[in-house]
Design a binder for this molecule. Structure first.
Ligand SMILES: Cc1cc2nc3c(=O)[nH]c(=O)nc-3n(C[C@H](O)[C@H](O)[C@H](O)COP(=O)(O)O)c2cc1C
Length: 171
């Protein structure tokens, strides 16, 4: 498992190669096998392949521009009628998507759309919701473009393990 974790990097450039449907299913299984508060499973996953919509989504913030080049974008959203730990639940699901993507020789990147930044489309979440016809009670957590990585990224190294970050008994 640690080898997959080491290899997991945020991938922002992709080959045009289509992704096999069974790989997408495996990744969505990984997401839906994640823990959720009170086992409420508030997440919803929207798969976008349409080029025009991918292009529009990639304009949500200045840090999403590369998403248009991915064969698909997975949008992780959540149902606000299901509990109140949505961000935690969706973040863990996103972690599973990251790791199963590596396991399938694919790459992804977490794109946040909760904060506007200079160059963002006003409220990025509202912008994404409008593109995808998302109803009021469903909110968007993040975008995760997915594809075969077209560049090599070095795996994480042991030098990133910092003893100084670990506190025993008390801070
Ligand atoms: C909460 C969160 C928000 C992020 N938002 C973005 C984003 O909007 N655009 C982007 O390109 N990367 C985004 N990233 C990816 C980080 O930039 C990346 O994880 C970090 O640089 C470490 O690199 P690594 O994932 O390759 O280890 C985000 C990651 C997290 C966890």
């Amino acid at each position: 498992m640690l080898e997959i974790i080491r290899k997991r990097r945020s991938i922002r450039s992709y080959f045009e190669k289509e992704i096999e449907e069974d790989k997408i299913t495996e990744i969505l299984k990984a997401a839906m096998f994640s823990p959720t508060a009170r086992a409420l499973r508030p997440w919803e996953f929207i798969i976008v392949k349409d080029s025009a919509n991918k292009k529009r989504l990639s304009q949500a913030t200045p840090y999403a521009s590369f998403a248009k080049n991915a064969p698909i974008i997975i949008i992780i959203a959540y149902d606000t009628d299901k509990g109140n730990r949505f961000k935690e639940d969706c973040s863990i699901a996103a972690g599973h998507v990251y790791l199963e993507a590596v396991n399938q020789d694919l790459g992804t990147c977490y794109i946040q759309i909760s904060d506007g930044a200079e160059g963002s489309k006003g409220d990025p979440e509202a912008y994404v919701k409008e593109i995808l016809d998302i109803p009021d009670h469903i909110r968007v957590h993040c975008l995760m473009p997915l594809g075969y990585p077209s560049k090599h990224h070095e795996p994480h190294k042991d030098t990133e393990f910092q003893e100084s970050k670990i506190h025993y008994e008390k801070y």
